[in-house]
Design a protein around this ligand. Structure first.
Ligand SMILES: O=C(O)c1ccccc1NCC(=O)[C@H](O)[C@H](O)COP(=O)(O)O
Length: 251
């Protein structure tokens, strides 16, 4: 763990809660749906690959969307989502492992587990096609966690915010990297982040632009800066999720 003292208090609390949650004794074994194939299918239709996020609430969102996550997920797929991201963090994002389990059973696209995994045992909480590891939070354990996740069958999305974190992701053998436009220290969002970090992402890596993507202009901007896919939560959750997904997919 690095620089925790520099993190916003709510992020420190998210990490504390993540470490204190119970973990199962048994290891999961995942038969994952290919994310690369899902991206290729979307691109063959001339559409933008969008990972639509089932995000009931968050520390930076007003209110809480209480619709059934399965219904939201189905509407996102109907709107053309390439993959889904499902929050499993309960205290600050209104998510749960059960939400993910139900969503994955109900759709046939790859599903990302969105949580704050900082130790190996947390990988066994629920099966998913992809799991998120946030470089800033796992620090020196990144390489070991990437290996542990792959041994279980997960595809691994390593999230970075800076060029330094990208280097760590590369050293850890990441092949899917997400550049988060949200600074998880200060919770500020700027699309400039992706534009600054993405040119350094090796061509062979799948590169995802995360957070703060709201308009079709934002989507095009991230694509022009090199995004293979976009991860979008708030802008899709605000209103009709099928229409919102469709708007970004066809931007
Ligand atoms: O979204 C938050 O408020 C947040 C606060 C603290 C830590 C993480 C947070 N978000 C995690 C994410 O990365 C986003 O859910 C995801 O990238 C989608 O972002 P957006 O499209 O801006 O909702």
């Amino acid at each position: 763990m690095n620089a925790e003292g520099e993190l916003a208090p709510v992020v420190q609390s998210i990490l504390r809660d993540a470490r204190n949650r119970d973990t199962p004794d048994e290891r999961v074994s995942v038969d994952a749906r290919s994310f690369a194939d899902a991206i290729a299918r979307t691109e063959s239709k001339g559409e933008i690959p969008v990972i639509a996020e089932v995000k009931p609430t968050s520390p930076t969102t007003d209110g809480n969307r209480t619709d059934d996550p399965v219904e939201l997920a189905k509407q996102m797929v109907e709107g053309g989502a390439t993959a889904l991201s499902v929050l499993t963090e309960p205290e600050h994002f209104g998510g749960s492992p059960e939400n993910l389990r139900r969503v994955r059973e109900a759709v046939d696209v790859p599903v990302l587990r969105k949580d704050f995994v900082v130790e190996e045992a947390q990988l066994d909480v629920v099966e998913a096609d992809l799991v998120l590891l946030i470089a800033r939070f796992v620090g020196d354990d990144l390489s070991q966690l990437v290996t542990a996740a792959r041994e279980r069958g997960f595809q691994v999305l390593v999230e970075v915010h800076t060029r330094g974190e990208l280097e760590k992701a590369t050293d850890a053998g990441a092949d899917i990297v997400g550049v988060n436009n949200r600074d998880l220290g200060k919770l500020e969002v700027s699309l400039d982040t992706f534009e600054s970090v993405a040119p350094e992402v090796p061509d062979e890596m799948t590169c995802i632009a995360e957070s703060g993507i709201t308009t079709t202009n934002d989507a095009r901007r991230m694509r022009e800066a090199g995004a293979d896919a976009l991860l979008v939560g708030s802008a899709i959750m605000d209103g009709d999720v099928a229409e919102n997904t469709q708007r970004l997919v066809s931007a």
